[in-house]
Design a binder for this molecule. Structure first.
Ligand code: ATP
Ligand code: MG
Length: 1301
């Protein structure tokens, strides 16, 4: 046996990924030549030859069970090719799939291969792409029962193995648990005999050569062991042998292990010929092609006896009833009946001497019989023989003669119906048609067989009942005449409905005959058409391919997904395999919202359904769907000729298929129009009537299920059936049989490699190969393995525990660990290894005794090892105990410490935390030290906290059981106190600091202000000084000016006096008179004044006015004055001065006042005699009066500048005998003195104010004083004010200001 060395591949490897993609692309080309559609599941991975072609030499011969299956990572493909350079390889060939050759050169992209001299294309050299080259087995003529046993697992070796076996009439090959069956098209001797059945009975898969019986047996045993229903899915394209395989399985399961079948089993078996007669037909691909799908359930009860069965059927091809292509036939029953039915029966059903060509429904296709009556030959199909078989089977199924006649009558009625032809009715003005004269006879027979009146049938076929929407409750019923083509359609529809209902009836009768009363589990066999494609495909292919997509999904789930999930559950550590999920394709078809089928149903509901509209809508709905494309995108010319609204392309898992949608709507809607429905409902034939009511009841049950009351479309029904089927399948254990059709000619011994490869690919075999080469396809639960083999072994072995038994067995057999793996509940075997194990177990008695001896030896050895182990364990245990005791002390110590720590840690930590507060308190002390105020009270507060802290620490120390939360609270409280106190102290310090700062700032501000003031003062003093200097300069200038003016004036005066002197005598008379008058008045005035001034002026003796002499000036000065004040009293003048606003009056008053004062003083002086001079001195220094005597007043004194009289201040000394005796200060407001001050040493100062002290004050006008011309006499205001203020004088207010204030 060869060793299988399988490298694994690293999917993360980028080179490898690149290859996968390119291989994907390649794999689709060969399929249909359509376009790049990745084919089935993970198969794409295994189809690559190079990545898995590690050139490790097979190990030396010997028991393969001991050989290991090493996995290696995939090296560079070119390296493989270099290794393979001297070896034989497989390279792709469109016709044969693969051819053998030898690499002769390695190019950049291609490999040069020289085909084998013995094979095809010998002698030529070919350039082949790298990915199209696969390593060949060393011995390419060696075949294997299981493909998994191949050394190189790839498409080429798989195909070659199948080919080799096929050539040897070994049509079955395993790929792990899956069976590949190639149709031999010839009876292989002994392959299906009762003996063979017996041989396979109860044998594990792989123990005998691959066989369909082995699969059936596995399903049976699995059902028996697991108590779970099983299903066997038989798939393959038309003619691949599905139905035959199904029959063998049924025969195996119903054949009571080779012996004669029981009554129920027989009935199940009898169902086949009947189903085939009514549901099979000759097609170009298969002479006995099943035109429907079926799922046959064989139910078993607890003792594994068949209790009944149930057949579900799917999608009977109805179009075949009315038309067939030239090479094909209608359903077998028509031919069988015409060929094999007794004449009487034929006569009875009105088929008398009819020939095939008599019937329109038969003559369009191949109107030949199979068997001796015709020209067609087939090893299985023979019309005469088959009729007999069918008839008998019908009887077995419980159909009585009458039933059978009724069945045949329907068959005959369909044929006669088909012969009814129509022609335009010239009498019908609505464009109707009529039955042709030639067809009348057939019409009559058909009416008879259907059980209706001939005319009723005629009318129902040529017109249609319609109900108007209005008129009465149900609307008015009107008959609409049909056109010829419409009548033809109506006829065909009736024929199809009758036949399909007949088929439903037959299946129903079969199911009735095999009722299941009590069932524990069943084995279901699914025989349904495989993936199907023609150049252009219609609704039937669409449905069947949709079904195959669903089955493929189930296959992926079951084989790839479930298998891998099991590996995971059992902990085998098998790396995962990726596969392509086709859910998107299924959704595209069946999605209830916007699947193609729902679009189709929606279209059918439209008032005028149109295939074009339907197709356009689909393209519109899925413009960029990966699975759907426009036909013109195809690479096939015929597809491109189809318009966009005529069809679509679907990329199925197995390849792209082009569907032409022209008849989709019609085929989807198999409802009869109302007239025909009514007609058959009223049939006189109870059988026919029953056919329609039966199906109606079947329909209503499904309608109830879906909740819809409308007629169910074919697609919807199929979709529902499929989902039911899939649900069933999911609830069962599954086995797969992949049937392969070896050639299109349907002949034995022709192996068309290219086509077969394509079938293998669509069947997902390559992805299974990949899974299996990495996986463990065979698995047995420990208990089952134990139960199977312990009978073969001596009691001492068989009494062992199952798991230990298995382990002992495997060890004793020396099996390699790589060939099996112990899961959690079962043992898993590598492909083919279980068979080898089984063989070892079933060897001849000698080797068995050897094996028993070795198992016994192993057990003894293992027991000895166990004893040694036990002794060692005891010693080890003792040491361990000592060690543990030592360690326990450590543990105790540690734990105690831990506990102590655990208990005291909070206290310790609490104290630590509290201690930290001490530094805070110290900080507080420092803060207190900074305080200037309240230091003592603050210190007291700090001390209080310190004491509290000490008390808290003490309380923690003294109280062992203090709770952590209390400690925490203590700490928290103290921390809070410390914080708040520290904050308060800091605030105090801060406040003090701020106050100091503010004080400092205030002082600075004051200092600055003082300095500023000083500066300003200095400035002002400076300015004042400057001002004084300036004023003094002005004063001096003024004085000088006045002095000069005075000098001039004096000079002038003198000259004038000289002049006057001469005139004096002339004038003396007048002047005297006036002077006397004036003097008189002056005396009166002086007198009055003396009285008014409270006696200060004492009138001693009034001088006679005549004594007074006045100058001319006095007289002149009064002349022309505005105011005559001579009559005013002294007090009136005084008031006017103080109150008047009239400047002129004011001035006049002042002048008058001073004139009177002067007069007074003069008068007084004269009357005083010798004392006069001293008195005069008291009012003003003598020098002033001296000057006054010399002064000659000018007629018009100069007016004050700006109308405001000048304020002038003077200081002159009192002198006596050339010595200064005091100082005299005066303040002149304009011409008149307002303040006067006399300061004598050793005497109090005398301060006099005008208006109050006038009598004691200088009465002279300023100009009369001569002060202005006296050097150094005038002083500045401030000098006067200073002295005045110093001596306690009141501030001076001018008469005008007094009034205003
Ligand atoms: N195991 C077999 N041994 C001999 N001949 C076989 C075997 N299997 C199939 N055949 C031949 O092949 C023919 C086609 O087989 P079968 O009817 O089972 O195909 P199918 O897969 O069911 O096709 P379809 O899908 O058209 O029904 C059979 O009539 C028979 O002649
Ligand atoms: Mg079939």
């Amino acid at each position: 046996m060869k060793v299988v060395r399988l490298p694994t591949f690293d999917k993360s490897d980028s080179d490898y990924r690149g290859q996968v993609m390119s291989n994907n692309a390649r794999s689709t080309k060969g399929m249909m030549g359509v376009n790049s559609l990745p084919v089935n599941g993970g198969g794409n991975v295994l189809r690559k030859g190079l990545p898995i072609s590690v050139q490790t030499k097979p190990s030396a011969a010997g028991s393969s069970m001991t050989n290991s299956r090493k996995t290696e990572s995939s090296p560079d493909p070119k390296d493989h090719l270099l290794l393979m350079a001297s070896r034989r390889v497989w390279f792709t060939d469109p016709k044969h799939g693969f051819l053998l050759g030898q690499i002769v050169d390695l190019g950049a992209d291609k490999v040069t291969v020289e085909p084998d001299s013995s094979g095809m294309r010998a002698g030529s050299q070919l350039q082949v792409a790298y990915e199209s080259v696969y390593p060949a087995e060393d011995n390419s003529s060696q075949d294997y029962d299981d493909n998994c046993s191949l050394m190189y697992l790839n498409e080429a070796t798989l195909l070659n193995n199948i080919r080799l076996r096929y050539e040897r009439h070994q049509i079955y090959t395993y790929t792990a648990n899956m069976l590949t069956a190639v149709n031999p098209y010839v009876e292989i001797k002994g392959l299906y005999t009762a003996e063979t059945i017996k041989r396979y009975q109860g044998k594990s898969l792989g123990t005998l050569p691959p066989h369909v019986y082995a699969i059936a047996d596995k399903a049976f045993r699995d059902m028996k062991v697991t108590k779970q229903s099983q299903s066997i899915i038989v798939s393959g394209e038309s003619g691949a042998g599905k139905t035959e395989s199904t029959k063998y399985i049924l025969r195996y399961l119903c054949g009571s292990w080779g012996s004669t079948a029981g009554p129920i089993e027989q009935k199940i078996l009898d169902a086949n010929p009947v189903l085939e007669s009514f549901g099979n037909a000759k097609t170009t691909r298969n002479n006995n092609s099943s035109r429907f799908g079926k799922f046959i359930e064989i139910h078993f009860e607890t003792n594994q006896k068949v209790t009944g069965g149930f057949i579900s059927h799917y999608l009977l091809e109805k179009s075949r009833i009315c038309s067939q292509s030239s090479e094909e036939r209608n359903y077998h029953i028509f031919y069988q009946f015409l060929a094999g039915a007794p004449a009487q029966l034929k006569q009875h059903v009105r088929l008398g001497n009819s020939k095939l060509s008599d019937f329109h429904y038969l003559r369009q296709g191949c109107n030949q019989f199979f068997g001796e009556k015709g020209t067609l030959r087939d090893p299985i199909v023979d019309d005469i023989k088959d009729f007999k078989e069918t008839d008998t089977a019908l009887s077995h199924l419980g159909l009585g003669d009458a039933d059978k006649v009724a069945v045949y009558s329907v068959v005959s009625a369909v044929l006669h119906l088909g012969n009814i032809c129509f022609q335009d009715d010239p009498d019908d003005q609505r464009g109707g048609c009529r039955v042709t004269v030639e067809s009348e006879a057939d019409l009559q027979v058909a009416a008879e067989l259907v059980g209706v009146d001939q005319d009723e049938l005629r009318q129902a076929l040529t017109s249609r009942v319609m109900q108007t929407a209005k008129g009465g409750t149900k609307g008015t019923v009107i008959m609409v005449p049909l056109k010829v083509y419409e009548a033809n359609n109506a006829r065909d529809a009736l024929a199809k409905a009758m036949y399909s209902r007949l088929f439903d009836y037959i299946v129903h009768r079969i199911n009735q005959s095999i009722p299941l009363k009590s069932s524990t589990a069943y084995i279901g066999v699914l025989d349904i058409a495989g993936f199907e494609y023609f150049t252009l495909n219609s609704f039937e292919q669409f449905c069947i391919n949709y079904c195959n997509e669903k089955l493929q999904q189930f296959f992926n789930e079951r084989v790839l997904h479930d298998e891998q999930t099991l590996y995971e559950k059992e902990g085998l550590g098998v790396s995962r395999i990726e596969y392509i999920d086709n859910t998107d394709c299924i959704d595209l078809v069946e999605s209830p919202k916007n699947g193609i089928l729902s679009f189709l149903d929606e279209e059918s509901k439209l008032p005028k359904p149109s295939a074009m509209h339907f197709t356009t809508e689909i393209h519109k709905a899925f413009p960029n769907h990966f699975r759907l494309a426009l036909p013109r995108k195809s690479k096939i010319k015929e597809h491109r000729e189809i318009r966009d609204d005529e069809g679509f392309l679907i990329r199925h898992f197995a390849g792209a298929v082009c569907y032409k949608t022209t008849q989709f709507i019609e085929k989807n809607n198999d409802a009869l129009h109302a007239s025909l429905e009514g007609l058959v409902q009223e049939s006189r034939s109870p059988f026919l009537k029953n056919l329609f009511t039966l199906t109606a009841s079947l329909h209503s049950s499904t309608q109830k299920l879906t909740g819809k009351l409308t007629h169910m479309s074919v697609a919807s029904k199929f979709r529902m059936q499929l989902s039911e089927l899939l649900e069933k399948l999911r609830g069962t254990g599954t086995s797969f049989i992949r049937c392969i059709k070896p050639n299109a000619k349907m002949v034995p011994d022709v192996f068309e490699g290219g086509q077969i490869l394509s079938q293998l690919q669509s069947a997902g075999m390559t992805s299974v190969l990949e899974l299996m080469q990495k996986g463990f396809p065979s698995r047995v639960p420990f208990a089952q393995l134990y139960a199977t083999y312990n009978g073969l072994l001596p009691p001492r072995l068989s009494s062992l525990d199952p798991r230990f038994f298995c382990r002992a067995l495997f060890k004793a057999l020396g099996l390699s660990e790589d060939d099996f793996r112990f899961g959690l509940t079962r043992i898993f075997f590598r492909p083919g290894k279980f068979k080898e194990f089984d063989q070892l177990m079933r060897n001849d008695p000698d080797s068995l005794s050897q094996m028993v001896a070795s198992v016994t030896r192993w057990i003894v050895q293992s027991k000895w090892k166990k004893s040694q182990f036990a002794a060692l364990s005891v010693i080890k245990l003792k040491n361990k105990i000592l060690y543990r005791r030592e360690k326990l002390v450590v543990i105790q110590k540690t734990v105690r410490m831990h506990l102590a720590r655990k208990q005291n840690r909070p206290r310790y930590r609490g104290i630590m935390q509290l201690r930290k507060l001490e530094s805070q308190i110290a900080a507080m002390g420092q803060t207190v030290a900074k305080l200037k105020k309240d230091r003592e009270s603050s210190q007291k507060e700090v001390d209080k906290v310190r004491l509290e802290l000490a008390a808290a620490i003490q309380s923690i120390k003294s109280n062992v059981k203090i709770r952590p939360e209390n400690i925490e609270k203590l700490h928290k409280d103290l921390l809070g106190k410390c914080d708040s106190l520290l904050k308060t102290l800091s605030q105090r310090v801060e406040a003090e600091k701020n106050a100091e700062e503010q004080e400092k700032a205030r002082k600075m501000r004051e200092e600055m202000e003082r300095q500023k003031r000083e500066k300003e003062e200095q400035e002002r003093a400076k300015q004042l000084e400057e001002e004084h200097r300036r004023k003094k300069a002005e004063m001096e200038a003024r004085r000088k000016k006045e002095e000069a003016e005075m000098a001039i004036k004096v000079a002038k005066q003198k000259s004038v006096e000289q002049q006057n002197k001469s005139n004096l005598n002339d004038l003396i008379g007048f002047t005297d008179a006036a002077a006397v008058e004036q003097d008189k008045r002056d005396v009166e005035l002086a007198y009055r004044l003396a009285q008014e001034s409270n006696g200060n002026a004492t009138m001693e003796e009034a001088a006679t006015p005549t004594q007074l002499k006045r100058s001319n000036y006095v007289v002149n000065s009064r002349a022309g004055k505005k105011y005559d004040l001579s009559g005013w009293k002294y007090s009136e003048l005084r008031d006017a001065i103080n109150t008047s606003c009239d400047m002129e009056l004011l001035e006049a008053c002042r002048e008058e006042f001073h004139r009177r004062l002067k007069v007074y003083h003069a008068w007084k002086a004269r009357n005083r005699g010798g004392k006069a001079s001293s008195e005069m001195d008291e009012r003003a220094p003598k020098s002033i009066y001296q000057h006054q005597q010399s002064y000659q007043p000018s007629a018009s004194p100069s007016p004050p500048p700006g109308g405001i009289p000048l304020q002038r201040y003077f200081r002159i000394p009192f002198t006596k005998d050339g010595q200064n005796r005091g100082l005299w200060f005066s303040h002149f407001d304009g011409q008149y003195i307002v303040r006067q001050m006399e300061i004598h040493q050793g005497k109090p100062p005398v301060l006099l104010v005008a208006g109050h002290d006038d009598m004691q004050m200088c009465e002279l006008k300023l100009s009369e004083t001569g002060l202005t011309r006296k050097r150094g006499a005038e002083i500045l205001e401030y000098e006067f004010e200073k002295e005045w203020n110093r001596n306690g004088g009141m501030p001076y207010m001018r008469p005008l200001d007094r009034r205003n204030s």
